[in-house]
Design a protein around this ligand. Structure first.
Ligand SMILES: Nc1ccn([C@@H]2O[C@H](COP(=O)(O)OP(=O)(O)OC[C@H](O)CO)[C@@H](O)[C@H]2O)c(=O)n1
Length: 321
């Protein structure tokens, strides 16, 4: 039996409020298979086939309200003269989905194209040019999409204040000449790498305002960000630089129930000290031919249920309150 929020108990309420498709790190490029810096195989051409299968399944499902790609639409090894074509090719696959698709910026997107071009190509529903936004797919739920590369050494024009702030932080926190290397860095400090980024002051204030509003509207909130926000769900090298500041804001409110990310390709899951679920999704890029990683989330008043395909593990996320 399922308890409803108004105290009634109904044995028949089984239908989700709504459902949506999920996939991450398609990281497509028309180049031969390769490996990550750590030697993990990457299938740059196969990843778009994983997306094609995902879209087919999502359309067959027939009731998905929207889908979300959690960043890194193309890979940094994509030859730069092909970047725009590669992004457009992936977007064309997403356009086969019968519903809206929400995107967010990942580091590999920014290796390929300036953020302004990406915001336009990915149709990021921007306010004042920002790559962070929110949307309300049902009266009971708000989705907040964070820009984890707001403070970033990549993607901003040379000398932009947000690039300078990022370089300043990297020089303070990372002693290596190669700022992508965590060599000699210990524990959580290992997140201060050039391929990660942070959420700037303006975005933190915006987040606080959105969560105040969601609380007033009695909405539950799902936070989406390319970079993971909890050390329990991903390795230190994958975390948002100021995940702690973001989580301090989130923890002041009770409305945020889950944070969903990409970037750490092996995937992960944790529940933090405040009962917030953190699910890092498995990457499409690392699926060998014949395997897949995508899924959909069924959204209920009291839980999220991730129904994963193949390498994307299914996960039940029941809310504490
Ligand atoms: N120790 C390292 C690790 C990486 N690099 C270089 O940094 C760039 C980005 O790395 P990459 O593994 O491609 O980034 P992803 O976003 O695909 O994955 C994120 C990780 O899984 C998070 O843990 C690339 O140019 C690497 O060569 C490096 O120099 N030194």
């Amino acid at each position: 039996m399922m308890a409803l929020t108004n105290g009634m108990v109904d044995a028949h309420v089984k239908q989700p409020l709504f459902s949506f498709g999920v996939i991450t790190d398609v990281q497509y490029a028309d180049i031969p298979d390769g490996r990550s810096f750590r030697g993990i195989p990457r299938y740059y051409r196969h990843s778009i086939m994983v997306l094609q299968k995902a879209v087919k399944k999502w359309n067959e499902h027939g009731k998905l309200k929207f889908s979300v790609h959690f960043g890194d639409i193309v890979d940094g090894f994509c030859p730069k003269h092909e970047s725009k074509n590669a992004v457009e090719k992936v977007i064309e696959e997403f356009q086969e989905f019968k519903g809206p698709v929400y995107n967010m910026l990942g580091n590999h997107c920014l290796y390929n194209l300036p953020r302004d071009n990406l915001i336009e190509l990915l149709k990021i529903p921007t306010l004042h040019g920002h790559a962070y936004y929110d949307f309300t797919p049902s009266p009971h739920y708000r989705f907040v999409v964070l820009d984890g590369y707001d403070i970033s050494a990549i993607g901003w024009p040379e000398g932009h204040p947000h690039q300078l702030e990022a370089m300043d932080l990297l020089y303070k926190k990372n002693p290596n000449i190669d700022k992508n290397s965590p060599m000699g860095m210990v524990g959580l400090e290992r997140r201060f790498l050039m391929f990660n980024g942070g959420v700037g002051q303006g975005q933190l204030e915006w987040l606080d305002g959105v969560l105040q509003d969601a609380t007033m509207c009695e909405q539950r909130v799902v936070v989406c960000c390319h970079l993971p926000l909890d050390p329990g769900a991903a390795c230190e090298e994958a975390l948002l630089w100021n995940y702690d500041e973001v989580m301090n804001i989130i923890h002041r409110f009770k409305c945020v129930k889950a944070c969903i990310s990409g970037h750490a390709h092996e995937g992960g899951y944790s529940i933090d000290s405040h009962g917030v679920h953190h699910r890092v999704l498995e990457a499409a890029l690392e699926c060998p031919p014949g395997s897949d990683a995508f899924g959909y989330m069924d959204v209920y008043h009291d839980r999220l249920s991730l129904v994963g395909t193949d390498r994307m593990k299914s996960t039940e996320m029941a809310f504490e309150s």
